[in-house]
Design a protein around this ligand. Structure first.
Ligand SMILES: Nc1ncnc2c1ncn2[C@@H]1O[C@H](COP(=O)(O)OP(=O)(O)OP(=O)(O)O)[C@@H](O)[C@H]1O
Ligand code: SF4
Ligand SMILES: [Mg+2]
Length: 327
């Protein structure tokens, strides 16, 4: 299957100025991530606040430069591309932001907002193209001359999605696209994303801290903790049989949809350590209910989980596969 996005050992540190004493103060927001997104896939990226999801999303879309590693989009190395040379990249990959209120310019009409990505490509869109975009997201021509404050939160996010779709990208990176919305509206926007995937053959990276949201739409799940991916695999396998203690703890707080099935709740103690000074060895060891001495020595790498080729976890003592696993 065609690879749309391939991140290789990507790092993003903030606060580095090349001065030795400041080096120690670098925020290691993303600290060695490998992730592949193939055509047609929806990858759910989950993790607690501060785990580096938004930073990774911005590096993947080349809104931020990585500190180290390699970003490939559509099979091309685009790690160091800048300025006008980013144009073709923007046609392949676009981002939908968490807060539609903040990401839409309040002084621009919807028509002007939707025209921006076209103009960035040096194209003047026709009114017909703009109306088509609005209709794709469930809005209509009458909305073209209105301003963001005249819309509800859900409608504003639809405009954000329409803007991202304008240049017909293959991959949308959606950073918490529904978390700023009322619960009643969240499902509508998620359904819209699913419909667009079917109609346009889109692929997604869907960032969310809510595992229930990701469950509805993702084919594959990647779990982030302190700037690294600690578990990754087909959604059904990760949900049914989490291998990493962190994923198991996260999932233990999510209600199981089957009636009568209850998971033992694992309560995580302690705070997420600061990404300025992450723990040695396994980043999760300070909160892990299975930690042993070896966990402090060397960072575990993602390795296939017993009985699966696609499900991987970075842990010296992964949970055994659950009996009811479906391959
Ligand atoms: N521009 C920046 N300068 C310095 N530190 C930053 C910057 N952006 C993010 N960080 C830090 O990097 C870490 C990861 O932040 P990020 O926003 O990527 O996390 P997140 O997983 O998206 O969290 P949330 O769920 O709250 O959105 C945090 O510790 C954050 O404070
Ligand atoms: S490597 Fe050790 S500390 Fe890290 S998750 Fe596995 S058991 Fe826990
Ligand atoms: Mg974020």
């Amino acid at each position: 299957m065609t690879e749309l996005l391939n991140l290789k050992d990507v790092k993003k540190y903030f606060g580095l100025r090349g001065v030795p004493w400041q080096k120690a103060q670098a925020v290691r927001a993303v600290d060695g991530v490998n992730l592949v997104v193939r055509k047609g896939e929806t990858v759910g990226l989950v993790g607690e606040s501060g785990s580096g999801k938004s930073t990774l999303a911005r590096v993947a879309t080349r809104l931020l430069d990585p500190t180290a590693g390699r970003v490939e989009i559509g099979g091309k190395d685009v790690t160091r591309i800048k300025g006008r040379r980013l144009r073709p990249i923007r046609r392949q990959i676009q981002m939908v932001f968490q807060d539609p209120q903040a990401s839409l310019n309040p002084r621009q009409s919807v028509g002007a907002i939707l025209s921006t990505p076209f103009r960035a490509q040096g194209i003047r869109p026709t009114r017909g193209q703009l109306v088509e975009l609005l209709e794709q997201v469930g809005l209509s021509e009458q909305h073209l001359e209105r301003y963001p404050h005249e819309f509800s939160g859900g409608q504003r996010q639809r405009i954000g999605i329409a803007r991202a779709l304008s240049v017909k990208p293959d991959l949308l990176v959606c950073d918490e696209p529904v978390s700023a919305l009322d619960v009643s509206v969240q499902a509508q926007v998620l359904n819209l994303l699913a419909d667009l995937r079917d109609e346009l053959g889109l692929s997604y990276v869907l960032v969310a801290h809510d595992l229930a949201v990701v469950r509805q739409v993702a084919d594959r799940i990647a779990v982030m903790y302190l700037g690294t991916i600690v578990e990754e695999g087909p959604a059904a396998q990760v949900y049914q049989s989490p291998a990493h203690p962190y994923t198991k703890a996260l999932l233990s707080a999510v209600p199981v949809p089957e009636p009568g099935v209850v998971r033992d709740r694992i309560v995580l103690t302690g705070d997420v350590p600061t990404p300025i000074d992450p723990p040695s060895g396994c980043p999760f060891r300070t909160r892990c209910y299975k930690a042993e001495d070896v966990c402090a020595t060397k960072r575990p790498v993602l390795e296939p989980v017993e009985g699966s080729t696609e499900h991987r976890a970075a842990c010296y003592f992964p949970e055994p596969p659950s009996l009811e696993r479906t391959q």
